[in-house]
Ligand binder design. Structure first.
Ligand code: SAH
Length: 262
């Protein structure tokens, strides 16, 4: 039977009892039909990943009895994804893919040409948690409330590098820019900014270009949908700047252990 991997709020330490929320208890008991003592793998974004066993409480509740730590908490890239919200299905897709691709913050931004107004942040958070559980991350990206792009730029944190995906042909190829960074630039906090279907407005392009640590880049000769541009830019950034540059010994070495039948 495969091991269910869950994100919890509780502190994780050997012998601790981690409270599972109602949805998790229902999922384990009635969807996965797990019984007392079933093996779990827990993470909380702070204490690494831990083995645990399921403890049923009454008819509906459940907790997890924490055992051994299986992975220490490790630093992950400090990479914000600032994206103009797109239609519902695609924005859920962006939340899932940006989580798998290691973004640390998902920041929806409203722009002059943004079509979608209301962003259901709770649903995006749920998508991000589910994706983090599946992709075996040790953290869940922080999903923030939407902000207007101009306000975000007006308060841009000093030192955070801004990679602006500019389809107006304003920037050199992304691989040329990210492939020639020095170590200090690679180790800096970063953000990737992708515009809406209608593209950035002129005033927005101006404001983006005024950011001190901005770098405009092209993503090839074709106009990509916003969600495609998000994926493409995140993948290239991880490959040339982020944690795809490191070998993945964990996946190679113990991939089977987290999936072998128990
Ligand atoms: N302005 C285009 C559509 C913009 S696509 C039009 O009206 O058809 C949505 C966003 O994806 C853009 O704002 C940009 O951030 C990114 N993007 C799409 N294709 C790109 C490319 N070839 N190079 C750089 N960025 C791109």
């Amino acid at each position: 039977m495969s091991v269910s991997r869950l994100f919890v709020d509780a502190d994780l330490a050997e012998g601790a009892e981690a409270e599972l929320d109602e949805a998790q208890a229902h999922y384990l008991r009635h969807v996965m039909r797990r019984s007392e003592g079933a093996l779990l793998s827990l993470f909380n974004g702070r204490d690494g990943e831990w083995r645990a066993t399921l403890a049923l409480r009454g008819k509906k509740a459940a907790t997890a009895l924490v055992g051994q730590r299986t992975r220490p908490q490790t630093a992950e890239p400090d990479l914000w994804l600032c994206f103009a919200p797109v239609k519902r299905a695609r924005i859920d897709y962006i939340a899932e893919k940006a989580t798998e691709l290691g973004a640390s913050v998902l920041q929806p931004v409203t722009t002059q040409h943004t079509i979608v107004e209301r962003v259901k942040v709770d649903r995006l958070r749920a998508n991000a948690i589910e994706a983090a559980e599946q992709t075996e991350r040790l953290s869940v990206p922080e999903v923030r409330e939407p902000v207007d792009l101009m306000s975000l730029l007006g308060a841009w944190p000093a030192g955070r590098r801004l990679l602006m995906c500019d389809e107006t042909g304003g920037g050199p190829p992304i691989a040329e820019v990210l492939g020639s960074l020095d170590e200090a630039a690679r180790a800096a906090p970063w953000a990737i900014v992708v515009g809406p279907e209608g593209g950035f407005a002129a005033a927005e392009l101006e404001a983006l270009r005024r950011i001190k640590d901005v770098t405009a880049v092209g993503l090839g000769p074709r106009i990509l949908r916003a969600d495609t541009a998000v994926l493409a830019a995140l993948a290239v950034w991880q490959a040339l700047v982020g944690d795809w540059r490191r070998p993945t010994p964990r996946l190679a070495a113990d991939y089977r252990t987290s999936r072998e039948p128990v």
